[in-house]
Design a protein around this ligand. Sequence first.
Ligand code: ZN
Length: 160
Amino acid sequence: MQIAKKTVARIEYKLTDDSGEVIDTSEGQEPLAYLHGSGNILPGLESELEGKTSGDAFKVRITAADGYGERDEGLVQDVPKDQLPEGAELQLGMQFQAQSEHGFHILTVVGIGDATVKMDANHPLAGVALNFEVEVVEVRDATSEELEHGHVHGPGGEEH
Ligand code: ZN
């Protein structure tokens, strides 16, 4: 059976950056299950998976622009410390979740001053090319309930 719209695929994957550092992997956990054609995974990865079948393995490099976008230095801003959650013990690299009119963002602390904190609102993977190594483990038809919900149920998917 081939991966197409309305199928569920389970994949093993390893994601590395261009220096070979592992960013994410399914190794040691359940293979990732996703509903094809529903935007559950990155579009560049989803289009590579189209037509593949169980046992197929491939590599694909997704540029930053097709992944989480290029970095925008305008998203690095100084935030007054008194706007931060009370009692937060600040450390470089720590992350906050913030909500704006564009949805949820992850803010990463990249500098700590006396009265302000430098916050980077770029996605942590912005500006990073994504190298995926993928092996298709299983392809099956999606259930009508999965199609209704727009995601996979069961192992590797939503537990509810
Ligand atoms: Zn559901």
